[in-house]
Write a protein that binds this ligand. Structure first.
Ligand code: SF4
Length: 385
C-alpha cells in the first residue's frame, strides 16, 4: 500500500513484508512505508512460539466435557522490538554502571517488567528533577518531549534514550511538518506519555484528536494546511474511522509519509482478529495502562469474542470458562512470554490442554541498542550539559 494512495488511513490486513529497512539504528531511522516485517517468525526475546502442545494434569470442571477444549494462541504476540530494546537498555545499564539506575516513567507499560527491574536496582521516577545530579537515567520506550532532554542536560544526568525508534520517527515527522507551517492533527489518547512527548516537539502546531468525536471538534489555524499523525499503538480500524472523519472536514488533509501505527501493533491486532473469529473467549495478557494491550481486547470484542485483559494468570477467572470450548490467548507488546505460559498452564489445569498456535503475520524485527550502550560507546553515556 502506498501512502499516496491511502484515503482513509491505515487498513488491515496490510502489513507489508520486506523492505523499508526497519529502524535498525536508533533515533532518526525508521521503517519504509507500511508495517515492516522481515522474514522468519516469532517475536523477539521472550516471545518464542509454543507450537501445538499438550499440558498434563488435566481436569474437566466445566460443562463442555464432550467438546474438545483447546487454546488458540495468537502469533505474533508479546514483546515487540521496541520493548525488547528498552528492557535490555535498563538491564545493560544496571550491569554496566551498577544500581541505582533511574528510569523516567515506566520503561514499558507492564507491571511485572517494572517490578522485576526494581528488584535489580532500577528506580522509577516521574520526572528527571527526582534524579540526583550526575546519575544515570534511562528514558522510556514511549519517548520524551525536548524539554525533558533539556532538563536532563541541566542536571548533568548521564542519559540513555530508550525511546522506540518508531516513536522517534513520529517525532521527526512532527518537527518536519511543523517547520513547513502545517497544523498537525495528532490522533491519540489524551494524556498518554507518547502523545505528550510527540506534542512537545511542536506544542503550538499539534492539535490532539481523540477519536471521531475529537475529529468533529478540532480547529486548525488553516484547514487547507493540515496533516494527520498518530500514536503508534492505536486500533487500526478506529484510526481509519477518525482519519475518515477528519478528511470529510479537511479534504486537503495530508498523510504521514509512512504508517505511524507501528508494525507490532498492526500485527498483534491482525492476529487477534484471526483467533477471535474462532474462539468463544479471548484472554489478553497485559497491564491496564498498556495502550496496545487494551486495543487487543477491543479488537477481539469487535470480532465476535468476549475478551478480558489480565495482568497475569492469577487474574483469570475460571467462571469465564463455563460453556467455553475454544479460548483465544494473546499478549500485548510489553508482555514477557513467561506470563503467557503461566496463563496457558492455568488453562491446562482447567482442561484446555491442547494449544494450537495461529500465525497471522510473520514477524522478525530487531532494533539496535541505544547508541549510549553500543560497544563503541565503551565509556557509557557522557554527563550531558
Ligand atoms: Fe515501538 Fe511499536 Fe513496540 Fe511501541 S509497540 S515500543 S512503537 S514497536
Amino acid at each position: 500500500m502506498r501512502h499516496d494512495d491511502r484515503r482513509d488511513g491505515p487498513k488491515l490486513p496490510a502489513p507489508v513484508n520486506g523492505p523499508g529497512g526497519g529502524p535498525g539504528s536508533g533515533p532518526g531511522s525508521g521503517p519504509g512505508s507500511g508495517a515492516v516485517n522481515g522474514p522468519g517468525s516469532g517475536p523477539g526475546r521472550g516471545g518464542r512460539g509454543l507450537g501445538v502442545g499438550t499440558y498434563p494434569g488435566t481436569v474437566m470442571p466445566t460443562e463442555v466435557t464432550e467438546t474438545r477444549r483447546r487454546v488458540l494462541l495468537a502469533k505474533p504476540r508479546g514483546y515487540c522490538a521496541g520493548v525488547d530494546r528498552a528492557v535490555q537498555a535498563v538491564e545493560m545499564a544496571l550491569d554496566k554502571f551498577g544500581p541505582p539506575v533511574y528510569v523516567r516513567r515506566q520503561i514499558v507499560h507492564n507491571t511485572h517488567v517494572v517490578s522485576t527491574l526494581e528488584k535489580r536496582g532500577a528506580i522509577f521516577v516521574t520526572e528527571v528533577s527526582e534524579v540526583p545530579p550526575g546519575a544515570v537515567v534511562v528514558f522510556s520506550a514511549h519517548g520524551i518531549a525536548p524539554e525533558v532532554r533539556r532538563d536532563a542536560e541541566q542536571r548533568r544526568l548521564r542519559a540513555i534514550d530508550a525511546t522506540c525508534p518508531l516513536v522517534t520517527k513520529v517525532h521527526n515527522e512532527a518537527r518536519r511538518f511543523a517547520a513547513k507551517d502545517y497544523d498537525i492533527l495528532l490522533v491519540g489518547h489524551a494524556g498518554h506519555e507518547e502523545v505528550v512527548g510527540t506534542s512537545g516537539e511542536a506544542p503550538d502546531r499539534v492539535r490532539l484528536v481523540d477519536g471521531t468525536e475529537g475529529a468533529k471538534k478540532v480547529q486548525p489555524r488553516d484547514p487547507s494546511r493540515v496533516v494527520w499523525l498518530s500514536q503508534t499503538t492505536l486500533s487500526v480500524d478506529e484510526t481509519a474511522e477518525t482519519v475518515h472523519a477528519l478528511r470529510e472536514r479537511f479534504p486537503n488533509l495530508a498523510d504521514p509519509p509512512s504508517d505511524d501505527i507501528c508494525y507490532a501493533t498492526q500485527n498483534r491486532q491482525a492476529a487477534v482478529k484471526v483467533i477471535a473469529a474462532q474462539s468463544d473467549l479471548v484472554i489478553v495478557v497485559g497491564s491496564p495502562n498498556s495502550s496496545n494491550s487494551v486495543r487487543l481486547v477491543e479488537v477481539a470484542k469487535d470480532h465476535g469474542a468476549p475478551a478480558y485483559l489480565v495482568d497475569d494468570a492469577g487474574e483469570v477467572d475460571e467462571r469465564w470458562l463455563d460453556g467455553v470450548a475454544t479460548v483465544g490467548v494473546t499478549s500485548g507488546a510489553s508482555v514477557p512470554e513467561e506470563l503467557v505460559s503461566a496463563v496457558l498452564g492455568k488453562l491446562a489445569g482447567c482442561g484446555y490442554d491442547t494449544v494450537e498456535e495461529v500465525e497471522a503475520v510473520p514477524e522478525d524485527m530487531t532494533f539496535a541498542l541505544p547508541r549510549e550502550l553500543r560497544p563503541s560507546a565503551a565509556a557509557g553515556p557522557p554527563a550531558t550539559g
